[in-house]
Design a protein around this ligand. Structure first.
Ligand SMILES: Nc1ncnc2c1ncn2[C@@H]1O[C@H](COP(=O)(O)OP(=O)(O)OP(=O)(O)O)[C@@H](O)[C@H]1O
Ligand SMILES: [Mg+2]
Length: 369
């Protein structure tokens, strides 16, 4: 039962079960600051060997036992001391849509949302948990004009809502993992909310975040520190490695190290050019999607996206920052989830290197503190 005497926990672990690795971050709240207590990452079992395995994608069912073992090992290795945990759910396991509803009375909203959910969610509503939030309201007055603020008694209101649906099966899996690890699961949230918390906080500007991971890439527009648009693509680091391996006739392991060593910075001749061209085919699909999303947001709201934050392990692709700068003509910033976290300064070089991969775990840990 909620009580006014209920205190927020002092320490919490954020857990991000990614396709290529699991990340954990333990933070402590002290005097309105977050303090980094411990962190760690463990490569997912056989990730590179399983690049062609479709089971690696959508359902992690078969991997559940491995995941439990890995998180257990990681928590032990990092010396995590609390059982309080927040876990993040990947964008590719859920359905997220931001929709503008036609003008209506506020009391009509719940029914309209069920209708919208049926339209946007490709599986039966009985199989998903739905969450929604109004992100913008505009009153439509009798003359048809628009004004922001509270709706009058009879006034119609235009709502922009974010709808999030997570399959009950996915939630059950996370609950089983937490139970097996004897964790006190304080919350489960979509990973976009975790990285918005660690990367944007209360910054009111219009920002786009790119989480360029291993299995999927998510794009999020955040404005006035709240999610306004969200989208994801099934093109990410794994796809780049697979394309290099197939295109150059090499195995996944070599393709992975070529990708990391040369990236888009490779020279203009022979094999290096081939590598760069293969990577660019995929990177430019992401750029195109980014352009579309930014353009659509700007046209709809007349607000200008001022910067792009580059997050996720593939965000570390050599030459990506310069390429995006040239193509998008935007300020590009590499994700830094440690910006509001007190940490030992001797850890700074390593934390800087890890930063783009830890935005989700750090943001999850911040949620309940
Ligand atoms: N220096 C680098 N250059 C290019 N790619 C890199 C580099 N370092 C890591 N990666 C890629 O980043 C990906 C891992 O990133 P991340 O840890 O964000 O993914 P994940 O969270 O496991 O995956 P997902 O979120 O898609 O489930 C891998 O595909 C890896 O190849
Ligand atoms: Mg990830």
């Amino acid at each position: 039962m909620l009580s006014i005497f209920q205190r927020k926990p002092k320490t919490c672990i954020g857990i991000d079960i990614g396709t290529s690795s699991i990340k954990v971050v333990q933070l402590k709240r002290s005097e309105n600051r977050y303090r980094l207590e411990t962190y760690g990452e463990l490569q997912t079992y056989g990730y590179l060997e399983r690049l062609n395995d479709p089971l690696q994608t959508k359902s992690l069912k078969i991997l559940e036992a491995h995941v439990i073992e890995m998180v257990k090992e990681l928590l032990k290795e990092t010396g995590a001391t609390t059982k309080n945990a927040v876990m993040s759910i990947p964008v590719f396991s859920s359905f997220v849509s931001v929709t503008d509803l036609p003008p209506m009375l506020e009391k009509e909203l719940p029914r309209a949302l069920v209708f919208e959910a049926k339209r946007h969610i490709p599986i039966p509503l009985s199989e998903v948990r739905i969450d929604w939030k109004v992100i913008n309201k505009t009153i439509v007055d009798l003359e048809g004009g628009l004004s922001a603020g509270k709706a009058g008694k009879k006034g119609l209101t235009k709502f922009r809502v974010i709808l999030i649906a997570v399959p009950k099966e996915v939630i059950a899996k996370y609950l089983r993992i937490a139970k097996a690890l004897e964790l006190k699961l304080l919350a489960l949230e979509l990973e976009s909310f975790s990285y918005i918390r660690s990367l944007v906080g209360s910054d009111p500007s219009t920002i786009c975040i790119l989480d360029f991971g291993a299995r999927s890439t998510s794009f999020t527009v955040v404005d006035k520190s709240f999610i306004q648009m969200s989208h994801s693509l099934d093109i990410a680091g794994s796809e780049l490695t697979k394309a290099l391996a197939h295109g150059m006739g090499i195995d996944f392991r070599r393709a992975e190290s070529y990708k990391r060593e040369s990236g888009l910075g490779a020279g203009g001749l022979g094999a290096e050019k081939e590598l760069r061209d293969i990577l660019l085919t995929f990177v430019d699909k992401i750029v195109l999607e980014l352009e579309r999303m930014i353009d659509s947001y700007q046209r709809k709201t007349k607000r200008k996206v001022t910067k792009l934050i580059l997050s996720g392990g593939s965000g570390g692709l050599i030459g990506l920052e310069e390429h995006l700068k040239k193509r998008l003509k935007l300020n590009i910033e590499v994700a830094n989830p440690w910006a509001r976290v007190v940490r030992l300064s001797l850890l700074d070089p390593i934390l800087k290197e890890l930063a783009p991969r830890f935005a989700v775990a750090a943001g999850a840990a911040m949620r309940e503190l």
